[in-house]
Design a protein around this ligand. Structure first.
Ligand code: DLL
Length: 443
């Protein structure tokens, strides 16, 4: 659904539409300052640069980026919690962290200036979605250590919108508040957006009649175009993707404009490259690669060439909205979420695309992989039946399973067992959905 009716709004026209030549000049200048800063203040980076015999003064053009070391999640772990700070801890005004499934979290520290920049980036996001100070924003991202809730809050306040810091959970109450307060904007994970749509329908709330939400900002987890179509249809809104990570600031790194032709990276604050995850060599424009980001203006913890693990395509052509900032495609998955099942590479997003275009099932699914003793890996996909299909009975449920099996086989080149399960049998998520259960011991 697109509602492009008027000239798109731009929060910071000077920055966001800067001629690329000028932008690259600015990036170079900021890169030089950043390298100097980390070289003099962060022992880890001094060591990495010395090992490569690179001095800050060797960065003479953006082409010299390749001389700089890549930073990985492991480097963050090794320097946990404050080893990569360029400022004393007393200068921090906030610390966020991403949960991480194992071990220590990833730390996101901010100085007052970092928070100010973050507010600016989030203001750009809202404005790109046509949101102004007249809007009421229902912010259902988790508020806490996770950057989603407080990041959305900060940017909303910057544009003067009325913020409702609902956080996630208690879904019926969320629907009630959205209706009572007249929310016009929703922010949450795409999987929680589906839960809210389902909750509204269970409550008998006729969404187009009773809710005024016209724009949704969704992110923090991968979501396919099929998922987008499902959310827009169910919630009757125009959706905008936004991307970010704790290591860079949180949400606001790249945001969609009304043309929905990729996410504009805030290139005056982040330098983007694409590399081949195995060879680490640059990937050509138009090809999928791992996004590598250098923070150009972060004060507390500017990371050089951080390997995000996110697979995207980059496009540096000017957009019809007027922004000159490069666009990245929707995240196509992570380099570490590719499953290798019986030797076949399987991306969870391919499974999602098949599941979400099938009739008679809901957009709630689970992917289960196992390795039974002395047997080949097994792949099972559980998908929830729609109440209508379930009522029609077992024969139709089995038909749906067979059809999904065939579609998955055609798409993945791999046989998957499909189980169409009873409505409401798959756990709902209030934040980032966990849809993959890999029971193999791959250690
Ligand atoms: O998820 C920041 C965020 C909050 C972004 C709210 C957007 C909205 P982390 O918890 O550190 O930060 O997780 C970062 O989530 O490397 C991606 O793999 C994934 N991710 C974030 N945004 C998107 C998106 C926040 N729009 C990790 N599409 C990233 C796909 C996303 N994946």
């Amino acid at each position: 659904m697109t509602m492009l009716k008027q000239t798109p709004l731009i929060w910071n026209r000077k920055a966001e539409t800067m001629p690329r030549e000028q932008l690259e000049q600015l990036q170079l200048q900021r890169l030089q300052q950043t390298v100097e800063l980390v070289y003099t203040r962060v022992p880890f980076y001094k060591r990495c640069l010395d090992e490569r015999h690179v001095k800050p003064s060797d960065v003479k053009s953006l082409c010299d980026l390749g001389k700089l070391p890549l930073t990985t999640k492991q480097d963050l772990r090794d320097n946990y919690p404050f080893g990569l700070l360029t400022v004393p801890v007393e200068k921090l005004v906030r610390i966020h962290a991403s949960s991480g499934t194992t071990g220590k979290p990833t730390v996101g520290p901010y100085t007052a200036k970092d928070l100010d920049t973050w507010a600016e980036l989030m203001a750009r996001m809202y404005t790109a979605g046509g949101v102004t100070h007249n809007d009421i924003v229902h912010n259902a991202f988790g508020h806490g250590l996770f950057t989603g809730g407080l990041g959305f809050h900060l940017g909303g306040e910057r544009i003067g919108a009325t913020m409702v810091p609902a956080s996630s959970g208690l879904s019926k109450r969320q629907i009630m508040l959205m209706e009572d307060f007249g929310a016009t904007v929703l922010g949450c994970t795409p999987s929680y957006a589906l839960v809210l749509a389902e909750t509204a329908s269970e409550m008998g709330v006729d969404i187009p009649k009773r809710l005024r939400v016209r724009v949704g900002f969704f992110g923090a987890e991968p979501w396919t175009d099929e998922m987008r179509a499902e959310i827009e249809a169910k919630l009757n809104l125009e959706s905008f993707d936004n991307y970010g990570l704790t290591e860079m600031c949180g949400p606001g790194v790249s945001v969609e404009c009304p043309y929905h032709a990729g996410l504009h990276i805030a290139e005056d604050h982040f330098l983007a490259e694409l590399v081949d995850p195995d060879s680490r060599e640059p990937v050509q424009e138009g090809q999928v690669g791992e996004l590598v980001l250098t923070a150009l203006t972060r004060e507390a913890m500017p990371l050089l060439r951080y390997r995000t693990r996110d697979r995207v395509i980059l496009n540096r052509e000017k957009c019809d909205c007027g922004r000159t900032m490069a666009r990245m495609s929707k995240v196509k998955g992570r380099t570490d979420d590719m499953l290798i099942i019986r030797g076949v590479n399987v991306f969870p997003s391919s499974i999602e695309s098949v599941v979400l275009t099938a009739d008679g099932v809901e957009p709630h699914y689970l992917i289960l992989i196992d390795r039974p003793k002395d047997k080949l890996d097994s792949l099972e996909v559980w998908v929830e039946a729609s109440p209508g299909l379930w009522q029609r009975g077992e024969y139709w449920v089995k038909q749906t399973e067979q059809m999904l099996c065939k579609d998955l086989n055609d798409t993945l080149g791999l046989t998957a067992n499909v189980r169409v399960t009873e409505p409401h049998s798959i756990q709902r998520s209030e934040g980032k959905a966990k849809r993959i259960i890999d029971r193999r011991d791959l250690g």
